[in-house]
Write a protein that binds this ligand. Structure first.
Ligand SMILES: *Cc1c(COP(=O)(O)O)cnc(C)c1O
Length: 399
């Protein structure tokens, strides 16, 4: 990408470079699924490949991002935070997107695919309900019936999001399997998908079997292309470091994708540390091991018998024992660094940013803010922090 001048408007565009990844990220990635599912995934992979390069598809995707989501999202110079930390910190404002987070970038892209495939319904899993709401929103936009699978415990904890999904016309199906949380919702949705292969399974993060990481990474890369040209426009140079929180890894890969080839940019991921000790954490890349989990080979939190373990984080969106296979590769090749951020560090950053800037970040995004504060102290660096979502949903809890 060339250096942009001050008069160039910021384009809303995904990064075509992301299409070079074909399901494998070094030794990570792939598709570990039963043969019936493999057939559906092959069909989806081929369909995505043929559609994504068509001008008509690109036009529709970009148009919805501009007029429905509200892109490009601003890059905001957080002056009071910068003064407080002693570095120049810009926030990429994904919190200003329609429905309040980056998740809508992906659901819009995939719902367009679903429509073009002629899918009669879309199905999705959700933990805290944010991906469920983003999917129900996109499904309502295009008039496609929508079923959202959710653990019963999560549905009780997130009653407001269940109401939002129903208001948007989605059917919410709760499961009592396992611990009745996100991992079980994924299993329930996969089970339904195997029996109803004509449905479109709309996966919400940079995880799962190929082609999901490829598709989600591409749709979210719009964050990085915008951020890169915005910082060049504002500062005339690239940042020294960038920060994002990592749950499954979709908002992070979205931002990172714009800077992977810029070796002078240091890339940092903030994981949900929980209590930041083994056994009480969601920091998969910090505490996990390579394993096959929910259709892909990547890092996973496992017990001593190598079985997937329950994760713990104050942030529902980070509370997942798996992670994106591309982040696994970026970790092992040391192109990116990943750090556990504890619950209490994230809560402090959540409060601090609210007071310093008048922006209440999602508790997930607060992990990235906390890591940036810690690493940028008195460094005089230029940095970008991805504010993946807004924190209105978290205010109800007394943190
Ligand atoms: C879901 C969510 C996350 C975590 O998901 P990723 O796929 O890791 O981005 C982070 N922030 C917000 C606001 C979320 O809603």
């Amino acid at each position: 990408m060339e250096i942009l001048t001050n008069t160039t408007p910021v384009e809303v565009a995904a990064n075509a470079e992301m299409l070079k990844y074909n399901g494998h990220y070094g030794e990570f990635g792939g598709a570990y699924v039963p043969p019936v599912l493999q057939k559906s995934l092959d069909k989806l992979a081929n369909f995505f490949d043929s559609e994504v390069r068509k001008e008509a598809f690109q036009k529709e995707f970009i148009n919805y991002l501009k007029t429905f989501v509200g892109r490009p999202s601003p890059l905001f110079l957080a002056q009071r935070l910068s003064n407080y930390v002693g570095s120049t910190i810009y926030l990429k404002r994904e919190d200003l997107n329609h429905t309040g987070s980056h998740k809508i970038n992906n659901t819009i892209g995939q719902i367009l695919l679903a429509k073009r495939m002629g899918a009669k319904e879309v199905i999705a899993e959700t933990g805290a309900g944010q991906h469920g709401v983003a999917t129900a929103t996109a499904a309502a936009l295009l008039g496609i019936p929508c079923k959202v699978f959710m653990g019963k415990i999560d549905a009780e904890r997130q009653a407001l999001n269940v109401r939002r999904m129903r208001l948007l016309g989605a059917e919410v199906i709760t499961t009592t399997m396992g611990t009745a949380t996100l991992k079980d919702a994924v299993d329930a949705a996969l089970g339904y998908y195997i029996e109803n292969p004509e449905s479109y399974y709309l996966l919400g993060s940079h995880v799962g079997p190929h082609p999901y990481p490829r598709m989600v990474g591409y749709f979210q890369s719009v964050i990085g292309t915008e951020a890169r040209s915005q910082i060049l426009k504002a500062e005339g140079r690239l940042p020294q470091s960038i920060f994002a929180c990592v749950g499954g890894g979709s908002n992070a890969i979205g931002l990172f994708s714009g800077f992977l080839d810029d070796v002078e940019v240091t890339i940092n991921g903030a994981e949900g540390g929980g209590l930041a000790i083994e056994g009480n954490t969601a920091a998969t890349l910090s505490f996990g091991k390579p394993a096959v989990f929910q259709g892909t080979y990547s890092y996973c939190l496992v017990d001593k018998d190598n079985n997937p373990m329950e994760s713990h984080s104050v942030a529902a969106g980070l509370d997942y024992p798996g992670v994106s296979p591309q982040h696994a590769q970026l970790r092992d090749t040391r192109r990116a660094n990943y750090f556990p951020v504890s619950d209490s560090e994230a809560i402090d950053a959540y409060k601090l940013l609210s007071r310093l800037e008048g922006i209440t970040p999602a508790i997930e995004s607060s992990h990235a803010v906390a890591l940036a504060i810690k690493m940028l102290r008195d460094k005089g660096e230029l940095a970008i922090v991805n504010l993946s979502g807004r924190g209105d949903k978290d205010v109800e809890r007394d943190m």
